[in-house]
Design a protein around this ligand. Sequence first.
Ligand code: SF4
Length: 337
Amino acid sequence: MTIRLTQLDGKLPNLALMRLSAWHKARGDDTVLMRSPYRRMDEPTYDRVYGSAIFEFSARAVERLKTEWPDAIVGGTGSGSWQTLEQIGVEDFGLDYGLYPDFAASIGFTQRGCRLNCGFCVVPMKEGKPKAAATIAGLYRGAPWPKHLHLLDNDFFGGPEWRDRIEEIRDGSFKVSFTQGINIRVLTNEIAKSLASIEYRDDSFRQRRLYTAWDNIADETPFFRGISRLEDAGVPPQHVMAFMLVGYDQSETWERLFYRFNKMVARGVRPYPMVYGDKKQILPLGGSNDRIGHKTIGDFQRWVNTGLYRALPFTEYHVSARPRVKEQGDFLEGAAA
Ligand code: SF4
């Protein structure tokens, strides 16, 4: 059989498609990875078509794929289907890294689920309370691959075996990217020390980087308590990138948004806005700054994520000059912690 695996969003390798590919190959099938929901002129007739979408903004791509191949099996958080691979009869034959020949790291989950319950997030509903999923030895592809780990855990330190995982990371001299972020609101001194003891990295394994989030203005105290604990343990705020959800809070104003933003910048934390819903939303002012009312939260996101905020104030940012930058979905594969 010839199988089309369609990755509709996300920059990182798609675990579900890798598992599907390994399973099909074990049955003697050929698999091909495609990124587009459109049927190319030169594509063969497939015996089966799969699609995977992580983000809700991929709804149109999901629709397009189903128009091209009405029998396509589409899953993932952004597909509207909660069907699991087990439910469609896919057995565990590991991951087919061959789908991503340029990807040298190892990827996966050491735990599933989350202790918290953020209103915009499906993880607690889909996965429930934290449970262990795999060891580091189980995730690592082995030599000669670099000891680089993309951990997709939504609540690494909520996992019941996190101390063992940290020991494995440290003793094995792994570099690790906590791609989904760590839960800074429940970060203890012990966790801070553990983080300081390992080689945490950004998603390209070049820079020291920890990802976290400050989504709700009401979480200011636990957020900065976590930053201070990290700093005391030896992790400077400059190593921290904080996703800030924008457009979700019904009472959001420019003033409230800039409160979060300015606090983080003043502390040395790097903000990374993630827009919830419509990027064209214009927030009410909520304060005295009457020159930003016409700009959208998408403009704010670009201004920050291009780094232009370091060079000029938002009021002087001309929205017509919009360089292509990493945006939501290019970067983070799931919910911000
Ligand atoms: S956003 Fe992060 S912390 Fe909140 S429920 Fe989802 S996974 Fe947990």
